[in-house]
Each structure stands twice: as structure tokens, then as C-alpha cells.
Design a binder for this molecule. Structure first.
Ligand code: NAD
Length: 256
């Protein structure tokens, strides 16, 4: 890792740290990757498809003087997940921050959810973060961070049609709280960030149910990926030193 560009960008609290962001090629993951890099971290980002988009994020990081690396890792493939963690460690010589961001949503009436849907959603939203955390934990040291992206639908708000997605995101609460206890003695924190409606491909602010979702927030508007990224950056930095096992909503008051 080099610190050569740190001075040019003002205070960069993550200089000297290395991060891995899953699903970092677009949406919330892209915003997180760019923010952690702007704060000085070297950032590895995984993608499943869309190598071009991932390469663009790396270019953007490099243009700003940072270090980025894109690696293909399908959340359904345990070996690719482990290889992405090992690759980030090889590339940057260390790993300090894991952000489990990649996720999918399948919404629809409970009785119509297929076994294939159940497998796809649970593998991507639960199995993959579990395996990534397991692989990362072997490399994290004092000050290490595991940050997962849940959903406001995981804990305090339920909607018809959300059984599978909510089930998968709620599982991250168990993972996060238990990891906080298991890894706490090593000085490693584990936290969950629960976004509300955020304008991305998954949930566009001009989509069918957008007005309804915005109306359910206290602020009356959609959030941006950068809103979620700001909280992730706080948790990743020294401000997150004494926060662990927590679920933090970034939802404009959706769950208020
Ligand atoms: P998005 O669809 O724009 O991006 C999802 C990301 O996950 C992409 O980078 C995609 O490549 C990656 N991904 C999906 N399946 C994958 C797989 N099998 N292997 C590897 N990567 C895979 O969605 P987003 O809105 O940016 O969502 C990011 C996270 O935020 C997800 O976990 C999502 O559940 C969560 N979230 C989003 C919202 C919202 O309103 N957008 C709200 C709550 C939670």
C-alpha cells in the first residue's frame, strides 16, 4: 500500500487499510467502493457479470489517485468467494474491511415462491456473506471490520410479498450479532446497515412502487447509494471503534 496521494485529498481516515466490497460494480456497492477509496482504502470489488462496469469503478478510483481491483466472484460459488478474499489479500498485502453488499430481491406472494427462488436468494444473501466473513476473518486483525448490507425489511417493517427477501436479510442479524461476540475479543467489529429505498437498478426511484416507498419514509424521498456509503465509511473508520453487533438504519425514517 502507498500513501502517496493521501495529502492531496485532505483527511483520509482509511489510508493504509484494504477493503473488499462484494457487488461493487454498481448501485450501493459502487458508492461504497468509491467512498472507501476516497477515504484512502485500497478497494477490491467483486462482480458477477458486467466486467465493464466493475472496470469503470476501478478506473474512477485510480483517477482519484487510489488503488482499486475488480475480481469476478459469483455469490453462488463458494470457491470464487474464497478466491476473491485471498486475491484481495495477495494484491494489497492485508485485509481490514469486508463489506457484504451483493444481494438480490425476489418479491411475490409467499405461496408462489419457487424452490429455485429460495435457493438463489438464500445463497446470495445469506450463504455468500457467511462464507465471505469466514474467509475474511482469517485475515482480519485488531481494528478489522465486517459490515453487511441488510434491509429495513429485515427487522422493523414487513410487507406482504417480502417473505423470502426479509427472511434472508433477517439472517444477517444473527450472523452479525454472533460475529460481534466471537470476533470482539480480537478487536474486530461486525455491524449491519439497513437501507430504506435507495435509487439503484434494484429499486429505481422512478419505478412502479417508487412513490409509495418514498411516501412511507419520514423525509418523503428516496436515498442515494452515497447515503449508505457514508454510514459504512463511519463504521469502517475510527468512528466505528466502539460500535459492534449493531443494526443501523439508513432509511429516511422508513421504519420510524
Ligand atoms: P443492485 O441490483 O443495483 O446491485 C446489486 C449488486 O449485487 C450488483 O453489484 C450485483 O452484481 C451484485 N450481485 C447480485 N447477485 C450477485 C451474485 N450472485 N454474485 C455476485 N454479485 C451479485 O442493487 P442495490 O440496490 O445496489 O443493492 C445492494 C444491496 O443493498 C443488496 O444487498 C440489497 O439487498 C440492499 N438493499 C437495497 C435497497 C434499495 O432500495 N436499493 C434497499 C435495501 C437493501
Amino acid at each position: 500500500l502507498t500513501e502517496t496521494t493521501a495529502a492531496a485529498h485532505g483527511p483520509r481516515p482509511l489510508v493504509g487499510k484494504a477493503a473488499l466490497v462484494t457487488g461493487g460494480s454498481r448501485g450501493i456497492g459502487r458508492a461504497i467502493a468509491l467512498r472507501l477509496a476516497a477515504d484512502g482504502a485500497a478497494v477490491a470489488l467483486t462482480f458477477r457479470s458486467g466486467q465493464d462496469q466493475a472496470d469503470q469503478v476501478v478506473k474512477e478510483i485510480e483517477r482519484a489517485g487510489g488503488q482499486g481491483w475488480a475480481v469476478r466472484a459469483d455469490s453462488a460459488d463458494a470457491e470464487e468467494i474464497r478466491a476473491s478474499v485471498a486475491g484481495a489479500v495477495d494484491r494489497f498485502g492485508r485485509l481490514d474491511i469486508l463489506v457484504n453488499n451483493a444481494g438480490i430481491g425476489v418479491l411475490g406472494p409467499f405461496e408462489g415462491i419457487s424452490l429455485d427462488d429460495v435457493d438463489r436468494v438464500l445463497w446470495t444473501n445469506v450463504r455468500a456473506p457467511f462464507l465471505a466473513a469466514q474467509a475474511a476473518a482469517a485475515h482480519l486483525t485488531e481494528g478489522g471490520r465486517i459490515i453487511s448490507i441488510g434491509s429495513c425489511m429485515a427487522e422493523r417493517v414487513a410487507f406482504p410479498g417480502g417473505t423470502l427477501y426479509a427472511t434472508s436479510k433477517a439472517a444477517l442479524t444473527g450472523l452479525t450479532k454472533t460475529l460481534a461476540k466471537e470476533l470482539g475479543p480480537r478487536g474486530i467489529t461486525a455491524n449491519l446497515v439497513h437501507p430504506g429505498p435507495i435509487d439503484t437498478d434494484m429499486n429505481p426511484a422512478d419505478g412502479e412502487s417508487a412513490a409509495m416507498q418514498a411516501g412511507l419514509t419520514a423525509l418523503g424521498v428516496y436515498g442515494r447509494g452515497s447515503d449508505v456509503a457514508a454510514t459504512v465509511a463511519h463504521l469502517a473508520g475510527d468512528g466505528g471503534r466502539y460500535i459492534t453487533g449493531a443494526s443501523i438504519a439508513v432509511d429516511g425514517g422508513f421504519a420510524a
